[in-house]
Design a protein around this ligand. Structure first.
Ligand code: 3PG
Length: 214
């Protein structure tokens, strides 16, 4: 699987925070049905690895990655759960090396020119720009590109993205896709409102004009 291609085609990657494993499959089905087939399950909860396993088993049409991988152990747990890719909010060479050793495609977070430079030195060309809005938004990405475009770097901005600014980010050719929790809100997951999540996903997919991987 070419992770760049998968992310490029996704347009929007839902950032999922799931507390209960039992909700992973209906949540993934709702997102896929709405048109978002590439998912990031964050390792912020104890249910993350089990959620990834369940989605892989029950929703094979989804491509499921792992987010918030901030230690080498988390990278290993994500890999063992079957994550197709890993994402982190920051750049940590120990985590980058762990992912490399495991053969887990990895997207580190960067918010500055120095962090981007380190990611490029580590051989990575796709970075999560996080927290996108707070760190300068589209303007910051364009400024970084002024210096770094020649490297072939591409961005997955996440943090503060919604329907209101999604198109502005996706209009930058070097933005592969955007991530965000707005398509899988905590309250909708808590009340098992899968219809609401499907419609948020459909709205996002239509806005990104990405269609679906499935
Ligand atoms: C992430 O971990 O990628 C962010 O928490 C997502 O940010 P958002 O909640 O503003 O979408």
């Amino acid at each position: 699987m070419d992770i760049r291609e998968v992310l490029k085609r996704s347009g929007v990657v839902p950032v999922i925070v799931i507390e209960e494993e039992a909700k992973a499959v209906p949540l993934a089905r709702a997102l896929v049905k709405g048109g978002l087939g590439v998912l990031e399950v964050t390792f912020r909860t104890k249910a993350a690895a089990a959620a990834i396993r369940a989605i892989r088993a029950e929703v094979p049409e989804a491509v499921v990655g792992a987010g918030t991988l901030v230690t080498p152990e988390m990278a290993r747990a994500a890999f063992e759960a079957g994550a197709a890719f890993g994402v982190a909010p920051g750049f940590d060479p120990a985590v980058v090396n762990a992912a490399k050793d495991l053969g887990l495609p990895f997207v580190p977070g960067i918010a500055t020119a120095s962090e981007l430079s380190q990611a490029l030195t580590a051989g990575l060309r796709i970075v999560k720009f996080f927290p996108a809005e707070a760190a300068g938004g589209v303007k910051m990405i364009k400024n970084l590109l002024g210096a770094f475009r020649f490297t072939g770097v591409e961005f997955m901005p996440t943090g503060g993205i919604s329907l209101a600014n999604l198109r502005d980010y996706l209009a930058v050719p070097e933005v592969l896709c955007c991530g965000g929790t707005w398509v899988a809100p905590k309250d909708a997951i808590a009340r098992c409102d899968w219809a609401a999540i499907e419609s948020l996903a459909a709205e996002a997919a239509a806005c990104a004009n990405c269609g679906s991987l499935v």
